[in-house]
Structure formats: structure tokens, C-alpha cells
Design a protein around this ligand. Structure first.
Ligand SMILES: C[C@H](CCC(=O)NCCS(=O)(=O)O)[C@H]1CC[C@H]2[C@@H]3[C@H](O)C[C@@H]4C[C@H](O)CC[C@]4(C)[C@H]3C[C@H](O)[C@]12C
Length: 323
């Protein structure tokens, strides 16, 4: 399970939880403007916007999980098992493989509206990266400060949904996730009034009673509701410290603790949580065992260069001894 979200404070932030039972040895990777981005069925991008995000690098190619470009456009891929349906090559269309989708969009576009237009002529094709890295069943969120969309390639074609919550989890399809929020219209951050019955005296014996009934389990529909409630009601100050702290708390509301979600003989955990300041292109992350926030700044490398810069995740706990 995974959760991705977009959050606007003074700056705009975008990030995700990567929930899985194993790691692909991720690194934060910067792709500079002149790194040749090769595509299987469309023209290569020899120069493009610079990107920063989480990857596995295979055969020198950055396989992005989530990323932001130097213009602030961001994107993340999340599991979408049994629903993702990639197509055979279609003549006359831009045929993009799922592993190329993030660099193809972020390499060229600055806004969700430009990306939305490009999606009209694009097909997600069923070409795997390699035998070692087969096709992943994914759907995607694309965000800028103003708006987000969800992209799903399903049996009957490519669906692009406006995403007014700026949030994505996993199954079912996005239209159902959004519809399901209707069931939670009565959730509130305020203390409840007694609508149960005029004949009974009911007391507000605890804070937080306005959201009794908000799901707390780790299923993807429940995480969508819980994270939506937390994100849309979030308040933070203008400073970077306040905003990124709030962002990690939103993701923390749906994080996975080892032992709670069984997958065969393993357990799914939140391998990393990321938060990119999309205005400054600083990618912050924590890992399951490293609660200290680590930062990688896009603008600290030569963006006109041609070589990837990879930063393997700092995974061990960093403890500040106070005495
Ligand atoms: C599994 C990851 C998503 C996590 C998630 O949503 N888990 C929920 C599981 S479930 O619904 O509850 O079953 C996805 C996100 C990005 C994916 C990776 C990226 O797409 C980059 C490459 C793409 C290659 O085709 C496959 C390996 C891979 C390295 C992918 C492996 C895997 O599918 C990743 C890591």
C-alpha cells in the first residue's frame, strides 16, 4: 500500500509513503538537463527539465517511483493491481511504457494542464524494462501547486481524473475512491452536537469526538479517507520546518508499522516517506528506521551536466545523545 499527497503552505510540497514488504535498494536521484533520456517508442529527450526523486537505477536508467522537476511539476506511481491494463503499441500515438512515464512527462512539462493535454495523445504500452524489472501495475498522481490529476490505464482505455483532494492510494479505481468520501460527510474536526436523540443526554467526554467513525485500518480505501481528512484539515505555519513537519505528520497518519499487514511470511512497512518542496526542489525523506529527515537539493549539483547523481538512502536511526 502506498499513499501520495500534495500540500500547499507558503511553498508547495509533494510526497508519498512507499509501503512494501521489501526494498529495491532505492536512491534519491538527480537527472540533470543533458542526461540523455531514451524512450523505446518515441524520440529521446537529449535536453529536458532536470528531475529529482526516488529511483532504482538499472543499466544506467533512472526508474523513478516519484519525482519533481525544476519547474515544480510532480508525479508518483502507486500500485494498482488487477486494474492496470497496458496496451499494445498504437500507431499515431505517443507510445510510452510505464517505466518511462514519469521522465517523459516531467522532462517536458511545467504544469498539470500541459501534462493533461499531452495525455490525450498518449498510450501506456505493455513493454517491460527487462526480465529483471517486469511491468508494474501502477496508477499515477500528477500535481502542481494549483491542481492534481490521477491517471489510470484500465481495460477500456486511459482515464484522467481531476483529483480535488490531491491524494492517491491504491485500489479501487479513483472514481470509486472519490465517491466513497461522500460516506464521511459528517466527519468533523469540531466536537459533535447531539443529533442522536433529544430524549438522551450525551456528553462530549473526550476531544476528537467529531471524527468518530473515521477509518483507522490500513486498507487502501480506508487510508484514502483518513489521509484526505488529515490533509484537507491540515494547518501549518509558513516556515519550511513547520510545513515539512506537518507534511510528514499527514503521511504518518497512514504509515504502516511492521507486524500489522501480512504479505506471505513478511510484513508490509513504510520503507520511506518523502516530501519534496517543489518550489525549491529539495527532496526530504525519512525511512522506516531513520526518523531524522534527510535532504537532497536539486540545485546543489550541476544541472547542465549529463551524469546522474545518486544518493543511497540513509537508513539507520540517527540518535542525538543529549547528555
Ligand atoms: C510497489 C511500489 C508501489 C508501492 C505500493 O503501492 N504498494 C502497495 C501494495 S498493494 O497495492 O497493497 O498490494 C511501486 C512504486 C514504484 C514502482 C517501481 C517503479 O515503477 C520503477 C521500476 C519499474 C519496473 O518496471 C519494475 C521495478 C520498479 C523498481 C518498480 C517496482 C514497484 O512496482 C514500485 C516500487
Amino acid at each position: 500500500m502506498c499513499t501520495a499527497t500534495s500540500y500547499a503552505a507558503k511553498d508547495h510540497y509533494f510526497g508519498r509513503n512507499l509501503d512494501l514488504e521489501f526494498s529495491y535498494h532505492e536512491s534519491v536521484t538527480i537527472t540533470p538537463r543533458s542526461f540523455p533520456l531514451a524512450f523505446r517508442k518515441v524520440s529521446d529527450l537529449t535536453t529536458h527539465h532536470a528531475l529529482i526523486g526516488m529511483t532504482t537505477v538499472a543499466d544506467g536508467y533512472p526508474l523513478y517511483y516519484d519525482a519533481t522537476n525544476e519547474k515544480g511539476l510532480s508525479m508518483a506511481g502507486l500500485n494498482f493491481p488487477d486494474n492496470a491494463d497496458y496496451k499494445p503499441e498504437t500507431p499515431g500515438k505517443n507510445n510510452i511504457t510505464p517505466f518511462e512515464f514519469i521522465p517523459w512527462i516531467l522532462g517536458q512539462f511545467e504544469t498539470v494542464s500541459q501534462a493533461r493535454e499531452a495525455l490525450q495523445d498518449m498510450v501506456l504500452v505493455d513493454i517491460p524494462f527487462s526480465a529483471e524489472f517486469p511491468l508494474s501495475p501502477l496508477h499515477w498522481i500528477i500535481s502542481d501547486r494549483e491542481e492534481s490529476v490521477t491517471v489510470e490505464s484500465v481495460k477500456d482505455g486511459l482515464r484522467v481524473y481531476d483529483n480535488p483532494v490531491g491524494l492517491l492510494t491504491n485500489n479501487p479505481t479513483f472514481d470509486i475512491q472519490l465517491f466513497n468520501l461522500n460516506n464521511y460527510a459528517s466527519m468533523s474536526t469540531a466536537q459533535p452536537e447531539n443529533h442522536f436523540s433529544k430524549k438522551l443526554q450525551l456528553d462530549s467526554y473526550s476531544r476528537g469526538l467529531g471524527a468518530v467513525g473515521l477509518p483507522g485500518d490500513l486498507s487502501s480505501m480506508s487510508r484514502f479517507v483518513k489521509a484526505a481528512f488529515t490533509a484537507v484539515n491540515s494547518i501549518s505555519g509558513d516556515s519550511e520546518s513547520e510545513a515539512i513537519s506537518q507534511f510528514f505528520h499527514i503521511l504518518g497518519s497512514v504509515a504502516q508499522q511492521r507486524g500489522c499487514v501480512e504479505v506471505g511470511d513478511k510484513y508490509e512497512i513504510t520503507i520511506y516517506s518523502s516530501c519534496c518542496n517543489t518550489d525549491k526542489a529539495i527532496y526530504y525523506y525519512t525511512t522506516y528506521e531513520n526518523s531524522q529527515i534527510t535532504a537532497v537539493d536539486l540545485h546543489k549539483v550541476d544541472l547542465d551536466g549529463a551524469a546522474l547523481s545518486c544518493y543511497p538512502l540513509v537508513t539507520g536511526q540517527q540518535i542525538l545523545a543529549q547528555n
